[in-house]
Write a protein that binds this ligand. Sequence first.
Ligand code: UDP
Ligand code: MG
Length: 311
Amino acid sequence: MKRFTAIVPCYNEEETVPIFYDEMIKNDPFFRENDLELELLFIDDGSTDSTVTKIRELHDRDERVHLISFSRNFGKEAAMYAGLQNAKGEYVVIMDVDLQDPPSLLPEMFEGLKEGYDSVATRRVNRKGEPPIRSFFARRFYRIMRKISQTEMMDGARDYRLMTRQMVDAILSMGEYNRFTKGIFGWVGFKTKWLEFENVDRSAGTTKWSFWKLFKYSIEGITAFSTAPLVISSVVGVFFCFLAFLMVVFIIVRKALFGDPVDGWPSLVCIILFISGVQFFCTGILGQYMAKTYMEVKSRPIYLKNEKNCF
Ligand code: UDP
Ligand code: MG
């Protein structure tokens, strides 16, 4: 019998946990047929509601349910890492608790592994039910990422992914503090099969991602998987040096031909303002990478457990 671990990050999900469990155990016949032993590993990401109690209730009823609880909210990336570290399964899947990653897809995903793939990933083909502005920026983000990073990243890709043990171990070998799992999946490689599905609305509760949080997450992704912004700032620097050189030549020639008229200070002010803006922007880019390096160098733990675990 092989073990099959489902990692489920939860943050204030008291409403969705029971619904998720009911939906998940509908797959029991599938697990039995394939001789798989389910391990349902909930990661409580510092919830402040009764999520932990709800999961403990499930644990008392069903010994396949396990819980790791964080000392505070560390974010979904940390929760996924904790899950991967503690998963005992030969096969490991990461899924959201809100049923936006439909558990009914698991048998089809498992087929992929049987076909010889190392991982089966999923992507949504539409973003129905999402605010249009959020979809717009998400699409731009993936387009930019594809251009500036060497790592493959699919538009609409979810963290819902079934992996073999060797891929899990590869991901765990990347112990970076600034984690961007969507990039890490692509970076480690391995043969991946993509399944597509229609977007589903949350079963209950509300999304934990504000626009601002997503924006910060996208910066995280860019700095973690591309150094293109640093190159861009150097290119901008070279461009302005060249422009300045042309202007010097132009002014010398004009002086030689027409004398020295003392006008043009407004344009001067504009140019100074513009260039200093560009300078600040480039320093900002540098700062972003410095900040990431600083956090990396501190090598703080990615998450901390508290004592409410059930194993
Ligand atoms: N989540 C988490 N920690 C956080 C935010 C979210 O563990 O700080 C979990 C959440 O409980 C859910 C999953 O990550 O299982 C996806 O979150 P959500 O549904 O809010 O995101 P969306 O589907 O809107 O992108
Ligand atoms: Mg969701």
